[in-house]
Design a protein around this ligand. Structure first.
Ligand code: AMP
Ligand code: ZN
Ligand code: FE
Ligand code: FE
Length: 275
């Protein structure tokens, strides 16, 4: 399938490898007409991306990827079409980024206690003042010879449940959905994958989300059908994208291949119209 819209992309404003300029240019070359950059806890790419989008004739929708906790499970929530200058939203994003910094320090401490002497300074240099995440730590582990690959760094050390893993601070799905909706946007459960029981899914739906990310590289055709069914059953809307990180995760081939149609984006827009 060749998608016209990809609403899940990362740049150097969080843990992606490409700048907004490089990403928009690549998106255009891959045949995309509508994109959203959904950096973790940051909308820093938006101003730049919208300008470059005009140059390349690519529509750029404001987006963000947030993390929330339900019981013991970390879920990701995507926000779209919000006012990206909303003061409360920007303040919350700054708090989330600060918490990411503290968590990166805790992960590096754990690694140091495991006799892996990487420095927080190297991780932060890698993140270059932007939203710091585990991929920045993984890159240091690889470049300093403590892991053979990005994936091995996650599998051995910092992946969920691995020895140097540290959780994010708790923020509820309700509060996340409210933050986005009060900034005028729509919120979606990102890539639920196989990890979520129908019971948890129902609780998440009731927490105020507008929809579910149905198309995502981690979803098999069966999962795509399953979540599309849930979307219809609960009168939700769907979104989708490649979760492209700029080639960091061997995801180079995904751009332009995984996403949604422009008609699906129109359905999102109609949800925003006043009743
Ligand atoms: P963080 O927001 O710091 O928890 O980092 C999450 C990001 O790390 C995800 O968006 C992915 O880009 C990446 N990631 C998580 N798990 C893995 C994994 N097992 N292998 C490669 N990348 C991963
Ligand atoms: Zn990421
Ligand atoms: Fe995610
Ligand atoms: Fe993502």
């Amino acid at each position: 399938m060749n998608a016209k819209a990809d609403l899940h992309l990362h740049t150097t404003y969080s843990d992606g490898a490409l700048s907004p300029y490089e990403l928009v240019k690549k998106a255009k070359a891959a045949g995309l007409e509508i994109i959203s950059i959904t950096d973790h806890d940051s909308v820093g790419a938006f101003d730049e991306a919208i300008e470059i989008g005009k140059e390349f004739d690519v529509e750029v929708i404001p987006g963000v990827e947030l993390s929330a906790t339900l019981d013991d499970l970390e879920v990701h929530i995507l926000g779209y079409f919000f006012d990206y200058q909303d003061k409360t939203l920007l303040e919350s994003l700054a708090v989330f980024r600060e918490k990411r910094l503290r968590r990166a320090e805790r992960i590096v401490d754990k690694l140091n206690r495991m006799n892996i002497p990487i420095k927080i300074e190297s991780v932060l240099a890698n993140a270059a003042g932007n939203s710091v995440g585990r991929p920045h730590i993984a890159s240091v582990l690889v470049s300093e010879g403590h892991a053979e690959s990005f994936h091995q760094a996650f599998n051995k050390y910092i992946g969920n449940g691995r020895p140097a893993y540290e959780r994010k601070e708790e923020f509820s799905p309700e509060d996340t959905a409210r933050l986005i909706s009060e900034a005028g946007g729509l919120s979606f459960l990102a890539h639920p994958g196989r990890a979520i029981s129908e019971l948890l899914l129902e609780r998440l739906i009731r927490s105020g989300l507008d929809g579910i990310e149905v198309t995502h590289p981690s979803h098999t055709p069966e999962l795509v059908r399953y979540y599309r069914g849930i979307v219809n059953e609960y009168f939700l809307i769907e979104c989708g994208g490649s979760d492209f990180h700029g080639g960091l995760k061997g995801d180079e081939h995904l751009l332009g291949r995984i996403g949604i149609s422009s008609e699906t984006v129109d359905i999102m827009r109609r949800r925003l119209l006043p009743n």
